[in-house]
Design a protein around this ligand. Sequence first.
Ligand code: PGA
Length: 252
Amino acid sequence: MRQKIVAGNWKMNKTLQEGVELAKGVNDILSKNAPKCTVILGTPFIHLTEVVKTVDSKLIKVSAENCADKESGAYTGEVSAAMVKSTGAEYVILGHSERRGYYGETYEILKEKVKLALANGLKVIFCIGESLEEREANKQNAVVKAELEGSVFNLTADEFSKIVIAYEPIWAIGTGKTATSDQAEEIHAYIRSVIADKYGKQVAENTSILYGGSCKASNAKELFAKPDIDGGLIGGASLKPADFYGIIEAYN
Ligand code: PGA
């Protein structure tokens, strides 16, 4: 069976001290209430080392939110996949719509990032999803297919098995507007069919596809009950231990 995953994406929130407190808070709750899914905390780069030290690795995995598209060298301010890996983090979120939209990350750039992340032993949470305009024009399927083809369908089946997909409709991110569980299931099933066409049914069946976009305790259970939704990528509701646990609890 494929993995069920609840992953937090802190984005650009929390000082180092606040982040350690948050990680500690989540860890405390989970040490008393063992999660029935894989729990991942996605944190800013500077938090990674301390968060890795703070949490019980049997309960919580740690993820970066980005990594460089270059291996090493004169790229001031960048953080490489090897550096992320050296903190003890196991995952990296790539292709988030905020990175694509605000920082101009193209299919080609993301293809390099994914390649370097995998080469350095990181697993990738690869985000895809359409804008409101694209949804209104009924182009959502074409958009997610192109995003997969543009950045991850160059991988071998073995490499692709290290990828978790996160479907995040841009119109639902941070807006309080969630896709309905039926809307989400429809496109998740489509994404799985595209993966099956490329890599075969077995690989597609083993791929975890997370939903992201205003996912919270009150809607997680209904979303996660859908056959092709394997968990969530959580922004706002990952910033308080109780809110985040409310989503993890959907699997209990
Ligand atoms: P949100 O963000 O839960 O705050 O909508 C999700 C994300 O961007 O990963």
